[in-house]
Structure formats: structure tokens, C-alpha cells
Design a protein around this ligand. Structure first.
Ligand code: ADE
Length: 325
């Protein structure tokens, strides 16, 4: 710890001359401030540990990235995207996202200290119970919609929305995680318009981001960037909550992409009729024709869909979630 020294006028400075009004030494955190426990997640270039802050006794999820691996696998952009998006979100006051508390590094690794979502990700819940009932689907897709409203309002696209990235906290409310594929849009209203392409006639050779089963058709063809791609993923997730499996499935990625582009999927017998109508309006090939894509503030046209009749979106985070079955 750096030493606090008292200088004239009572202003405190730390040994490295950082002004400090609280008289507390200003020190960057280090791995020594945490007790590292079990592995709770593994990504392509990172491992997430459960860890306890030795000063506060609070549990956190710490994402650890090996610098060598990030450079070797060319993931610097992803790491930066994740940090930027999490920083914006952490300062925005929404409870629907994993919060980034601090970051630090040592010679070999980068550390992201985040909120710990005690109940893990949503996928095992969907798989275990086979499917959610209507009340559960309404509630959880409602929370995801709220999260998307907040995200898109901040001009951030998630681009890898799927049940594995939707975590559940101690109260079984959602925390959206994994912003490694996210994109902060500079001009939300023009980003998807052809004007931008006039100056840049060659299609963007944007490398494929996201997860194959939830990728939107426009990302496969035009490689356009629009928040509407997250609405496509929402449609896939609502389908999966009810049917137990995502709408587009295939052994090969090639066949999967063909199915997505042909809108080749079916609804199982007994699929809730209102939910079917909603999913049909989200799984629309043209991103500008998807339900919600023309909404300016909040996804009012999705909120007012019959499937959500009676749901109070504004108090979801204060409501007890319905039991999952
Ligand atoms: N797995 C990955 N990130 C996590 C988090 N923040 N909480 C719980 N499990 C996680």
C-alpha cells in the first residue's frame, strides 16, 4: 500500500502524488486483494473465477485473460469492446447487467472484477425443465426486452445474445453478460442506412461475430450493423424458452445458415399462440420490418403485443420472478 503523507493545508497526497480527499491511500487493486475460488465460466480466451474481496468479504466474478493468448488469438478488439461496454453500462445504473467494479493487470494477465450472478446462466434452466411456462417466458423475455431497451438507448448492440449469456442473480433476476462481441454505435439512426455505404461501396468484411444459432440473416448477408439484430436473437430466445430448443438447428454451420436465410423452422404442437405471433414478428428477414425496429423510445410495439398483456415492464426488477417450470 502506498503511504499517505500530509502536506500543507491538510490536503492528503499518496506517495505517488495522487490527490486523495478521503485520506485513504489510492492504490490500484491487485490479485492479492481477492481470494480466488472455483472456476465459474470459461470463454475462448478467458476464465471466470468466483473470488472474495478480502476487504469487504463480498463475492465477485473475476474474468481473467492471458495476455499472450489475447495477442496470439488476436482478441484485443474483443477485450476492449467488453471493457468499454461494461464501463458505460456500469455507470448507467441498470440492474439488468453484470457490473464491472474494477480492472487491473499483472505481467501475464488482465483481470475484470464483476458482479457475481449466483444462479449461473439461463440455459440449464431451459434445458432442465424442457421449457418455461407462459408466465415464466413472459417475465424473463420481458426482463431481456428491458435490458435491450437500455442497451440500445445507450447505442450499444450486444450481438451475442443467447441463454448462456443471460445470468441469474441471487433473486433470479437477469444480468446480461459477455460483451466481447458488443459494438458501441456512433450514429444510431444512420448506422444502418445506405448513405454510409455510398462512401464505402465495398461490403464490410466484418468478421462473423456472435453464436451461429442466434445470428441474424442480415449479419450473414449484408453484414449491416443495427440494434435490430438483437431483436432477432430475442425472437430465437423466446422460441427456445417455450420449445426447449432454439428455432434453427443443424449439424453443419452451412446448413444452419441456409435455414436462417430461408426462415426454415417450425413451431411444435401446443406452442402458445400469442408467443407464436410475437416470435413470427421478430424472426423477420428484413431487420427494418422486425417488430420494434421502428420504435424510437422503448420497444413500445413489443411491450404492447398481446403476449405481454397485463405485464408491468417498469416494475419487473422489483417483482418476484415466477417459479421456473
Ligand atoms: N460466469 C461468467 N460470468 C459470471 C458472473 N458474472 N457470475 C456468475 N457466473 C458467471
Amino acid at each position: 500500500t502506498s503511504q499517505v503523507v500530509q502536506v500543507n493545508g491538510g490536503q492528503s497526497l499518496t506517495a505517488d502524488n495522487t490527490a486523495n480527499s478521503t485520506m485513504m491511500p489510492v492504490t490500484k487493486r491487485s490479485p492479492k486483494d481477492y481470494i480466488f475460488g472455483k472456476v465459474i465460466g470459461e470463454g475462448s480466451y478467458s476464465t471466470v473465477y468466483l473470488a472474495k474481496d478480502i476487504h469487504t468479504n463480498r463475492e465477485h466474478a473475476i474474468k481473467v485473460c492471458q495476455k499472450k493468448q489475447i495477442i496470439r488469438e488476436n482478441k484485443r478488439d474483443q477485450v476492449k469492446r467488453e471493457k468499454d461496454a461494461l464501463n458505460v453500462l456500469s455507470n448507467s445504473g441498470s440492474s439488468f447487467f453484470v457490473k464491472l467494479y474494477c480492472t487491473f493487470q499483472d505481467t501475464e494477465r488482465l483481470y475484470f472484477v464483476m458482479s457475481y450472478a449466483k444462479n449461473g446462466d439461463m440455459l440449464p434452466y431451459i434445458n432442465k425443465v424442457g421449457s418455461f411456462d407462459a408466465a415464466c417466458t413472459r417475465f424473463y423475455s420481458g426482463e431481456i426486452l428491458r435490458a435491450l431497451e437500455h442497451l440500445h438507448d445507450l447505442n450499444i448492440m450486444h450481438r451475442d445474445l443467447k441463454p448462456e449469456n443471460i445470468l441469474l442473480d441471487h433473486n433470479l433476476h437477469i444480468k446480461v453478460a459477455d460483451f466481447g462481441c458488443s459494438k458501441i454505435l456512433e450514429q444510431p439512426d444512420t448506422a444502418d442506412k445506405s448513405i454510409l455505404n455510398e462512401n464505402n461501396p465495398r461490403p464490410r468484411s466484418n468478421s462473423f461475430v456472435g453464436t451461429a444459432q442466434y445470428v441474424s440473416p442480415e449479419l450473414l448477408t449484408e453484414k449491416t450493423i443495427s440494434p435490430s439484430s438483437d431483436l432477432w436473437a430475442l425472437g430465437c430466445i423466446i422460441y427456445q424458452m417455450i420449445a426447449g430448443l432454439p428455432p434453427f438447428r443443424s449439424r453443419s454451420e452451412y446448413m444452419l445458415f441456409r435455414k436462417i436465410l430461408n426462415l426454415d423452422y417450425v413451431y411444435p404442437d401446443g406452442f402458445n399462440a400469442d408467443a407464436k405471433d410475437l416470435v413470427q414478428k421478430l424472426l423477420v428477414l428484413d431487420p427494418n420490418e422486425r417488430l420494434g425496429s421502428k420504435d424510437t423510445q422503448r420497444y413500445t410495439s413489443i411491450r404492447s403485443h398481446p403476449f405481454y398483456k397485463g405485464l408491468d415492464f417498469d416494475t419487473l426488477h422489483l417483482t418476484n420472478p415466477p417459479p421456473i417450470y
